[in-house]
Write a protein that binds this ligand. Structure first.
Ligand code: PRP
Length: 172
């Protein structure tokens, strides 16, 4: 068992997710249809919590992409599993657990735009700021984090610890 120091408790996450759900609802309203596209596996927890707080015009779909393999560092390459849902003419909100280098969300956003998405926005539980240019930011995020290796609430280490209800920093 690794040593994991709590960064955000379950309560703090829930509170931040409620705030971000309000921001998203204010931005999109309750009429226009929004394709809420959850990136698996990590985005599952945030998407499930977020969607429960959003009105019925947010339509959930999922797609699996991976960029990290089992390493603790980004591999720099994106792997697609399966096909992207039809997004032509749609308002898309991409939902993921974390933006770090932004490689994943930028690549997925580009692809969706190429396929004719009307507009693509990003929502993440955790905004990690250290590994990318500061002008690339998620449109919506629940909580900030530094460069520590974190797990829980969808974030894994070799597939483990995603299901921790809190977010923790892995320490040696
Ligand atoms: C993780 C995470 C994001 C991405 C963020 O996915 O879920 O999709 O990395 O990192 P980036 O901003 O540097 O691209 P991963 O490839 O580990 O797949 P997973 O969701 O199945 O864990």
């Amino acid at each position: 068992m690794m040593n994991i120091q709590v960064l955000y408790t379950e309560k703090e996450i829930a509170c931040a997710v409620r705030r971000v759900a309000r921001e998203i609802q204010t931005h999109y309203g309750m009429e226009k249809s929004v394709l809420a596209l959850c990136l698996l596996q990590g985005g599952l927890w945030f998407a499930a919590d977020l969607l429960r707080l959003l009105p019925p015009n947010f339509i959930l779909q999922t797609v699996r992409v991976s960029s990290y393999g089992n390493d603790m560092e980004s591999s720099g390459s994106l792997e697609w599993h399966g096909t992207l849902p039809d997004c032509a003419g749609k308002e898309v909100l991409l939902i993921d657990d974390v933006m770090d280098t932004a490689l994943t969300l930028s690549a997925v956003s580009d692809d969706l735009r190429k396929q004719g998405a009307l507009h693509v926005a990003t929502a993440v539980a955790i905004n990690k700021n250290g590994h990318r240019s500061p002008d690339i930011q998620p449109d919506f995020y629940a909580l900030p984090a530094g460069n520590e290796f974190i797990v829980g609430y969808g974030m894994d280490m070799g597939g483990k610890y995603r299901n921790l209800p809190y977010i923790g920093i892995v320490t040696p």
